[in-house]
Design a protein around this ligand. Structure first.
Ligand SMILES: Cc1cc2nc3c(=O)[nH]c(=O)nc-3n(C[C@H](O)[C@H](O)[C@H](O)COP(=O)(O)O)c2cc1C
Length: 385
């Protein structure tokens, strides 16, 4: 009896107990290394954070019905998205201030994107300069744009992204107001003294931002960012750049239709990772009706709650061209810089490949909705296989 207890004890002290084998392990590690307020900033969301939980839970509401005897032991997971070849249908969502997670900031994230062979989207509010991010990867970098109040400065910012070599602009449209993030309110979250939003340092625009911030972050942003966007802003943006414009933050099928009408090169189904409207529909549940509404007219990317390779498979089976991950890469860089983010992406990729094999899929095109059944009585309109 004692021997068994001894064995148990030594197993829990061994490296096996601290092995980093899934995204939750990386989140735990990241949390242990971060200041509590920084962890809350990254992990948290709006109000009761139901949407954060529901984004993830939605994947559990769909069961897989695998096919057998299809010889699918080595599936081909590479794919194409908007003209780019990717090692896997998994790209990186824009998230702000990677410098809070690791001193290498977004450069670490771009290094990981390069190692996996995928697209990174860099935020308007990045700790690293856009050109440093594009220099760190030979794969495409997309620039996420928060439209600014001043059109001329917005144009300069887009130009900065173009000159740095970004391959698309991702216009975020789900922020007509900031979500009420109660963790940040309680923590009175602020950037550390001296932190610089390098992505917003524009030559000759020091009056807009010179690297110092003498007011609270929320005030800084509300003075500069344009919140009252309409579809005309999408048309305006298309007029000032030759880059394809993706619209990010759509969950309603009529908005997806509007995005296509406005000339968007693609739609990113997103609820901002549960940071905006709490109890917003989980993105996975928004997907089928958007696929029904716009078909394959433009690529559809889904983000929100992707933590496992099976999640990727389910989103693709429901019609997504690719998925994007937000928090997992932050946990990766916080835990171990570029190496940590690379591992995080590799884990999701390897789980995805494994899920394809186990579902009998030899290639991405074989991932179809006949592999899915909705759990219990929860029913969402499914597109035809
Ligand atoms: C800490 C944090 C910062 C974010 N910053 C931005 C941003 O600057 N621009 C943007 O369009 N979305 C931003 N998002 C939303 C993400 O792009 C994405 O929609 C979300 O993280 C996906 O959910 P997931 O974290 O569950 O993968 C942010 C999300 C988080 C968690």
């Amino acid at each position: 009896m004692e021997r068994i207890e001894e064995k148990r004890q030594s197993a829990s002290n061994s490296s096996a107990a601290t092995m980093m084998i899934n995204i939750a392990d990386y989140e735990a590690k990241a949390r242990s290394k971060m200041l509590p307020a920084a962890y809350d900033y990254f992990a948290g969301g709006a109000l009761d954070e139901r949407t954060i939980a529901n984004n993830q839970a939605a994947f559990g509401d769909i069961h897989l019905v695998p096919r057998v005897l299809r010889g699918a032991s080595t599936p081909k997971i590479s794919t194409r998205l908007a003209g780019h070849s990717l090692a896997a249908p998994i790209i990186i969502s824009p998230t702000a201030f990677h410098g809070l997670a690791h001193p290498d900031g977004e450069v670490a994230t771009a290094t990981a994107a390069n190692a996996l062979g995928t697209i990174m989207t860099v935020s308007t509010t990045a700790s690293s300069a856009i050109a440093d991010v594009t220099s760190a990867t030979s794969y495409p970098v997309w620039f996420q744009l928060y439209m600014l109040k001043d059109r001329a400065i917005t144009r300069d910012l887009v130009r900065e992204a173009e000159v740095a070599g970004c391959k698309a602009i991702v216009l975020t449209v789900d922020v007509p107001a900031w979500g009420r993030r109660e963790r940040d309110m309680r923590n009175e979250f602020a950037l550390p003294k001296g932190a610089v939003i390098k992505s917003l340092l524009l030559k000759g625009r020091e009056d807009f931002y010179d690297g110092t911030m003498n007011v609270p972050l929320s005030q800084f942003i509300s003075e500069r960012f344009k919140f009252d966007l309409t579809w005309e802003d999408v048309v305006w943006l298309r007029g000032v750049t030759k880059l394809p414009v993706f619209v990010k933050g759509v969950v309603h099928p009529l908005d997806a239709v509007e995005a296509v009408k406005s000339g968007a090169a693609g739609v990113i189904i997103s609820n901002h990772g549960g940071r905006q409207l709490d109890t917003c529909i989980p993105t996975l549940f928004a997907l089928p009706s958007i696929v029904q509404a716009i078909g394959d007219r433009v690529p559809i990317v889904l983000d929100g709650g992707i933590r496992r390779g099976v999640d990727v498979l389910k989103a693709i089976a429901l019609g997504a061209t690719a998925v994007a991950v937000g928090r997992p890469v932050i946990w990766g860089i916080a835990a171990d810089g570029a190496r940590g983010a690379t591992r995080v992406l590799e884990i999701i990729r390897d789980e995805f490949r494994n899920a394809m094999s186990l579902c009998g899929c030899n290639s991405i095109t074989e991932i179809t909705s006949d592999l899915l059944r909705w759990n219990t009585t929860k029913r969402v309109l499914l597109p035809r296989a």
